[in-house]
Design a protein around this ligand. Sequence first.
Ligand SMILES: [Zn+2]
Length: 127
Amino acid sequence: MVFREKCERRRAMHELSVALSLLEQIDSVASREGATRIASVRLRVGQMSGIVRDALVFSWELARADTVASEAALLIDDVAVAVWCPQCEAERGVRTGEGLTCITCGTAAPTIVRGRELELIAVEVIS
Ligand SMILES: [Zn+2]
């Protein structure tokens, strides 16, 4: 049980450092735009980004206090994993629980084309 707690704490530390780095980016956008407050922030988070959504939201709530984003809405777009299937010669979803295989034909498809991103895609400022 102790081990599990340690893991969860380390987990949360990871999302906290992600939240802090997002807030740095947001802060520089705000200063560039001459804004004192941020209305909303939109992220794209891939299913294979290694980010746990709930932990990120929790860390965001902690980290944003007393920043330009203290009242900003956090909007998260989940990005499903997609691979390039050499058999279909197309972008496909992946079958779950079988490694990376094409959802359509079952061919091994190790090339991930989407789903690992963690991107800040929009910051809506209040000037
Ligand atoms: Zn396929």
